[in-house]
Design a protein around this ligand. Structure first.
Ligand code: GDP
Length: 614
């Protein structure tokens, strides 16, 4: 028996074990293995035939063919069983090794210098985010250039009391979380805008959750105080209820009343922002090679691929060779938000970069490297590795998240819970909190009523959380994104089952999730009475198909009202096996007699867990 510990870089044989084929000597042979490799490559590395490797994998419950890619954990188990000590090959490929070095080198502490804070403005729609950004920009233009606002590059810098502040120009938390999901942590402080005449709204709550999930300090701007219906005290009370208690009330959230439209309170807001930035002691080393993150990117007709990059460390210079995500380039020109060409971009500063081979993605990392050859080599290696890793990507699931955090002092299980009604949220929160122990903390990152949105899935990716749908279903976009990114959404309708699964996951006993494979959607166009008062839904299949034996979820206004097995599928009085998209059919659902015109039927095939992909 071997010890199986995920995310450990060295996997050894347990003392006293008697693995087959293992020499009982004290010094096992060391083998270095990459994060992903084929069965054949593993055979070569261990000097064994692929058949032997396949057999060993099967003994460990992994079914794999000779050319199939397996991950380090699976490969290491086999290696250990065959008498080796398996080590994770970390950046041993030349170019990638250099990249790692560039990313981790911090330089001398004496080289650190203060850098401007980077701020994101969030809040509910129409509460004044765009107006606030505009007002701040107009009244505090860097160097006050006349007619200077020429560029939209996704971020800009102002100067307030001779101190630069960088604002991300895409208000809203979705863009912010999308970047975080790609690994880019670029914001230092979030300004949460709440309209004084409207109060805390769903997106206010959502924005606060997203900012907290990223551990960002939140500065609240209570906006529109010029309006007759404005009631700042009410807003404060509502904010306190969502965990943002104002300073005077024993909390520590600073709230500044402003009118973005009239420009009042803006000085107070910026003053507070700078104080908060001072507390964070934001510093970076401008003397090292540049590291940055892409804020937005596009193809310009005359200039080719361009990307706005927030420089985070080092100084980005014209002529630098750079790797950006999966592409590379040589900086031809750097342009500021005021449309000025500059020779270099300092930490905390956004610049538009010209000279890339291809368009990168928002959230991609930029790194300056010594020469063009290295840049190309790194990108080649990355693409190769990414392809391999994609083949074995482990989904974000209740099971994998906990095993990934093994070894950490305190494990934490993060949940995003969406329910049909507010009452269930409170009951679920209370129940799952009770499951927390000293070793494993269960934390609800976000909870709310309604369907599961793309923003929930992004937050799950960014924070490594599991999504729980309690009588709640994902919106189509969210479902696609979750499937694409391998985010697990678990559905429940009984709190006891949910709590039991979490307990099992914590104890490492969770059975792999039974997969729901989406097959299609149909809309109920009419409802008929069949024999014995059974209701038949006359449906039009919108996409995919409906098939005998499928599990159907009945959705009404995007809320689940029933889930059961399709018991009869007919077309013109004939029983049929399946009905494709664009076709009408009659559906009877076991145990459900309450169809309404306009209901959506979501069809799934339940699949037993796939051992091979685990
Ligand atoms: P966003 O959706 O959060 O970006 O909101 P906008 O900035 O587009 O503002 C929505 C509406 O509220 C616009 O009509 C603004 O003119 C108005 N608005 C924004 N700030 C204020 C304010 O301080 N006072 C008043 N009276 N109206 C404001």
């Amino acid at each position: 028996m071997s010890t199986r510990t995920f995310r450990e870089d060295v996997i050894k044989v347990k003392a006293g074990s008697s693995a087959p084929g293992q020499a009982q000597g004290p010094e096992p042979r060391v083998v270095e293995l990459p994060p992903a490799l084929t069965v054949k490559q593993l055979g070569e590395a261990l000097g064994a035939s692929p058949i032997e490797i396949i057999k060993q994998l099967m003994r460990n419950g992994v079914m794999a063919a000779i050319n199939q890619v397996i991950d380090f954990d699976s490969a290491a188990i086999v290696a250990v069983d065959m008498g080796f000590e398996a080590r994770r090959k970390a950046g041993t490929e030349k170019a990638t090794g250099l990249l790692q070095q560039l990313l981790t080198e911090t330089g001398d502490a004496s080289q650190l210098e203060p850098r401007p804070p980077v701020v994101t403005i969030m809040g509910h729609v129409d509460h004044g985010k765009t107006t606030l950004l505009d007002t701040i920009r107009h009244s505090n233009l860097a160097s006050r250039e006349v007619g200077g606002i020429t560029q939209h590059i996704g971020a800009y810098q102002i100067e307030y009391k001779s101190r630069p502040i960088t604002f991300l120009d895409t208000p809203g938390h979705e863009a912010f979380t999308a970047m975080r999901a790609r690994g880019a942590q670029i914001t230092d402080i979030a300004i949460l805008v709440v309209a004084a005449d409207d109060g805390v709204m769903p997106q206010t709550r959502e924005a606060a959750d997203h900012a907290r999930a990223a551990n960002l300090p939140i500065l609240v701007a209570i906006n529109k105080i010029d309006k007759p219906g404005a009631d700042a005290e009410r807003v404060k009370r509502e904010l306190a209820q969502i965990g943002l208690a104002p300073e005077g009330w024993g909390g520590n959230t600073v709230m500044v009343p402003i009118s973005a439209k009239q420009g009042s309170g803006i000085d107070d807001l910026l003053e507070t922002l700078l104080l908060m930035a001072d507390m964070k002691e934001l510093k970076a080393n401008p003397s090292r090679p540049a590291i940055g993150a892409v804020i937005e990117a596009r193809v310009d007709k005359s200039r080719g691929p361009t990307a706005t990059v927030l420089v985070q460390h080092g100084t980005l210079k014209v002529g630098d060779n750079i790797v950006v995500g999966d592409t590379w380039g040589r900086v031809k020109a750097l342009i500021t938000d005021l449309g000025r060409r500059v020779r270099e971009g300092l930490p905390g500063t956004p610049v538009e970069v010209l000279g890339l081979a291809q368009v990168p993605k928002a959230g991609d990392l930029l790194v300056a490297v010594p020469d063009e050859k290295t840049a190309k080599q790194i990108v080649d290696e990355r693409l190769r590795q990414a392809n391999l890793e994609k083949a074995v990507r482990r989904p974000l699931s209740l099971e994998s998240i906990l095993s990934d955090s093994k070894g950490a002092e305190t494990k934490e299980l993060l949940l995003i819970i969406k329910c049909d009604v507010q009452g269930s949220i409170e009951a679920i929160q209370a129940s799952v909190q009770k499951v927390s122990s000293e070793k494993v903390r269960v934390r609800v990152l976000r909870s709310g009523t309604g369907s599961i949105t793309e923003s929930d899935v992004l937050l799950a990716i960014a924070s490594k959380a599991v999504i729980i749908g309690f009588n709640s279903r994902p919106e189509p976009g969210a479902q696609r994104l979750a499937a694409q990114e391998g985010v697990e959404i678990r559905f429940y309708d009984i709190i006891y089952n949910l709590v039991a699964d979490i307990e099992k996951a914590l104890a490492g006993l969770l059975e792999p999730l039974v997969k729901e494979m989406l097959e299609g959607h149909a809309e109920v166009k009419a409802v008929f009475s069949g024999t014995k008062h059974i209701k038949v839904a006359g449906c039009l299949v919108k996409d995919g198909k409906l098939a005998q034996g499928a599990t159907l979820v009945v959705l009404r206004s995007n809320k689940q009202v029933f889930k059961g097995v399709l018991s009869s599928l007919r077309r013109f009085k004939d029983d049929v096996h399946e009905v494709p998209a664009g076709t009408e059919c009659g559906v009877i659902l076991q145990g459900f007699n309450d169809f309404q015109v306009g209901d959506t039927l979501e069809s799934f095939r339940i699949e037993a867990p796939d051992q091979a992909s685990r």
